[in-house]
Design a protein around this ligand. Structure first.
Ligand code: BGC
Length: 761
């Protein structure tokens, strides 16, 4: 059957030269010839049709469901679809395109494969806490293997928006607050998804999103206004997008927000000047979901006008909105948009299909056999557990409360102990993926010491009806217990009294982070804190295990809990991973990639801030501070403990001065001073002391992970080059400036040793 369909297609296009099976740089000329010939046959309507990306199928994230999609596919008026997967469903739509449309152009199939497809890995913020680029790459590779075996060839990932405001629900989808780490992760993900050859049947086209600055929405409220100086964009927010593009990402998604007063999807400066001209991006630009239509609300004009603005800005593909489909032809005929603009957009979409090998074989991602062997395969489950373990961050551990001892009676308390639904976080929609997730309790029940474990629910995950009523209509699945909150607490206290130690498993519902999930206060919900207070009163040691998707305010918990383990929403294998960390079979090594504030009033708070003219001085009144809280966060960027301890020697520089063509080597001895083996992420920061524009008080410039046995020491060497000292000046030129620098090395952005060096020119 497959062969027959393929043969039909190849005959149909045999008047053009056949595309090579494998796309490479050398194939550019062949691709051009092929697409030139194809485009000569296309009508204006068919070209505009390629710019249309409807959502079909299982899961929609917005208000508009595309109508008449099948009819449009047959008419050759659809470029691709998203939210459809499984070999069967994909084959059905692809057959329509290649058998029934006039030019038989195959469809591209997209989906939000964000942190795994069917096997779910930790949410992106969690995974970033591993600081392990190889791991990040391997999870993206595994996600591509699985999704491409489910009919897909395009993922709307990586999301690389720098985020410094934990009120914003989508911080869970990114890599945190730092441009250097964010860039490394962006690159690792693109390489993981796309591999070295996009035309293979196990690779996905990556889509960098959301261009640009989506993470800087005012007050952390989703979709809100963004306003920022260009110097800040270039130095602090653009680097991860640029890194993804340099790594070869084949597509970019526009963001919902405005930038300098113009919504991204109509922002010619962003789409054409920055992306195409400055960064030489030649892939396809797709809008976010109905982002063109939403420009009517932004106040940019009527539907036809916003379509015109978007096409002229350089956008290629309209996600769901049907604005190009409705108005594209007329916009060209009336001279508002040039034929050349439509041709360029159409060409980029055809090029993406060509590079994916779809003209060669439109069914190459449709294979029942691959589907069976790839989905939820053992190697992916093992990787999911490894990633979950490496993402966890130990925030506090006093009196060796952790690891748990096997001879202890342990009360596991909390609505998340037996939970499956929330473990996988948001963006894990593929076919009720969460049903495969392993709860903590299911992992505990497999242990030989299980007779030592007690359980009580303790509280509802969400008692707050305001939140519940917003989440439940969208699959929140939050059902209050038939017992009253007081009964639940009483039961939990009784259970705790029978135990030697209490493990409270609390946090957010998965729907409390992700898209449209901003919060104005970011602590544990009141009913959960009440439970913790009651447990604390029993006098038993209390270990708090957190599952959540953003930095939380945890001042009370930090003072009153014996240990706190941040596990994020850690995916399909969350349960076994958490159990192995709690019992010390694995030693946690994650480090925060977003600052945890003391209270929400400190937000935005991030480590790489500027010094101000009046930096805080406790002996001076008129310095930059709060009257009611310190400036410092509760847990700084880069922070995370281990079951062992590490000591740092002094920094040794091979020379204290360099010119731009030289390098400085900074060395530091790191020793495991504790009792168990552990992994430490050694972090290097730099401060440029004097600049033609103000420079941050610290900037991450390098990091290395080292595994050390008890008592073992290793010398860690970093090399600093001119490139590490460069920044965008007020002319937006990338330069370095001669002068004094401070170099810091340490276990997090706060606890560091320092040394000085000079750049001479
Ligand atoms: C989100 C994007 C996502 C798209 C498609 C939008 O609402 O902002 O991140 O890729 O939907 O599902």
């Amino acid at each position: 059957m497959l062969k027959k369909k393929t043969a039909t297609l190849l005959i149909a296009i045999s008047t053009f030269c056949l595309p090579p099976a494998v796309y490479s740089q050398n194939s550019d000329a062949k691709m051009k010839t092929y697409i030139d010939a194809l485009m000569k046959k296309m009508t204006l309507e068919e070209k505009v049709g390629q710019l249309h990306l409807p959502s079909v199928g299982f899961d929609v994230t917005g208000p508009i469901v595309s109508k008449g999609v099948e009819e449009n596919i047959r008419k050759g008026l659809v470029g691709g679809v998203f939210n459809t997967y499984t070999p069967n469903a994909v084959r059905k739509l692809q057959e329509m395109a290649v058998n029934e449309s006039r030019l038989k152009i195959p469809l591209i199939f997209g989906y939000d494969v964000i942190h795994g497809h069917r096997t779910i890995f930790p949410i992106s913020l969690g995974l970033s806490s591993s600081w392990d680029m190889d791991l990040v790459k391997r999870t993206a590779r595994a996600a591509a293997e699985e999704a491409s075996a489910d009919g897909l060839n395009w993922t709307f990932s990586p999301m690389v928006d720098i985020a410094r405001d934990p009120r914003w629900g989508r911080v869970s989808e990114g890599a945190g607050e730092d441009p250097f780490l964010g860039s490394a992760i962006a690159k690792a993900m693109v390489v993981g998804y796309q591999g070295t050859d996009l035309s293979l049947n196990n690779t996905l086209l990556a889509c960098v999103k959301h261009f640009a600055l989506y993470g800087a929405s005012e007050a952390g409220r989703d979709y809100n206004t963004v306003d920022m100086s260009r110097i800040k964009m270039y130095n602090e927010y653009f680097p991860p997008y640029k890194a993804a593009i340099n790594a070869g990402a084949g597509s970019v998604m526009t963001s919902f927000n405005e930038v300098e007063g113009i919504p991204a999807s109509a922002n010619k400066w962003l789409m054409t000047d920055v992306l195409r001209k400055q960064w030489n991006f030649n892939g396809l630009i797709v809008t976010d979901y109905t982002a063109i239509n939403e420009m009517i609300n932004h106040g940019m004009g009527d539907e036809k006008k916003v379509g015109e603005l978007s096409l002229n800005a350089g956008v290629d593909m309209d996600m769901v909105g049907e604005v190009f489909l409705k108005h594209g032809v007329e916009l060209v005929k009336s001279g508002k948009v040039s034929q050349a603009q439509i041709d360029a957009a159409c060409r980029r979409i055809l090029e993406a299909k060509y590079k994916l090998g779809l003209f060669q074989d439109p069914y190459k991602y449709v294979s029942e056999e691959r589907n069976k062997s790839q989905i939820l395969s053992q190697d992916k489950l093992d990787l999911s557990k490894e990633a979950a373990v490496k993402s966890m961050v130990l925030l506090k551990n006093s009196n060796e409360a952790l690891p748990l001892k096997s001879n202890q009676k342990i009360a596991f308390i909390g609505p998340l102990v037996k939970d499956q639904r929330n473990l996988v976080g948001s963006w894990s929609g593929a076919s009720d993926t969460y049903k495969n997730a392993r709860s903590l309790w299911s992992a505990l029940e497999l242990r030989s010491d299980k007779s030592n474990f007690l359980y009580a629910k303790g509280c509802n995950l969400v008692d707050d009806s305001l939140i519940r009523n917003k989440l439940n209509p969208h699959g929140g699945d939050i059902i209050p217990d038939s017992k009253s909150p007081q009964q639940l607490i009483d039961e939990a206290v009784k259970t705790a009294q029978q135990a030697d130690v209490v493990v409270a498993v609390l946090g957010e519902a998965f729907g409390m982070t992700g898209e449209a999930a901003s919060r104005s206060s970011i602590g544990l919900l009141d009913n959960q804190v009440e439970l913790l207070k009651a447990l604390k009163k029993t006098g038993k040691p209390v270990v708090l295990v957190l599952m959540n998707g953003r930095p939380l305010t945890l001042e009370w918990e930090d003072k009153n809990m014996d240990a706190i383990l941040e596990t994020w929403f850690s995916g399909t294998m969350a349960g076994p991973a958490i159990a192995s960390v709690l019992f010390g079979e694995q030693n946690p090594s994650g480090k925060l990639t977003m600052t945890f504030p003391r209270n929400v009033g400190q937000v935005p708070i991030y480590y790489n801030n500027k010094n101000t003219g009046r930096p805080f001085d406790e002996n001076q009144k008129y310095t930059s501070k709060y009257l009611d809280a310190p400036n410092t966060p509760l847990y700084p960027f880069g922070y995370g403990l281990s079951y062992t301890s590490f000591s740092y020697g002094d920094i040794k520089l091979n020379t204290a001065s360099m010119n731009p063509s030289q390098k400085i080597t900074a060395s530091m001895q790191v020793t495991n001073t504790g009792k168990v083996e552990g992994v430490e992420t050694v972090q290097l920061y730099v401060r440029d002391m004097v600049g033609s524009v103000t420079r941050p008080v610290k900037e991450l410039k390098a990091f290395q992970q080292v595994s050390l046995k008890p008592g073992e020491s290793k010398m860690i060497n970093f090399s600093i080059s001119n490139e590490d000292l460069m920044f965008y000046n007020s002319d937006l030129k990338m330069i370095s400036e001669a002068g004094d620098f401070k170099l810091f090395i340490g276990t997090n952005s706060r606890d560091v040793k320092e040394a000085n060096f000079k750049l001479v020119k």
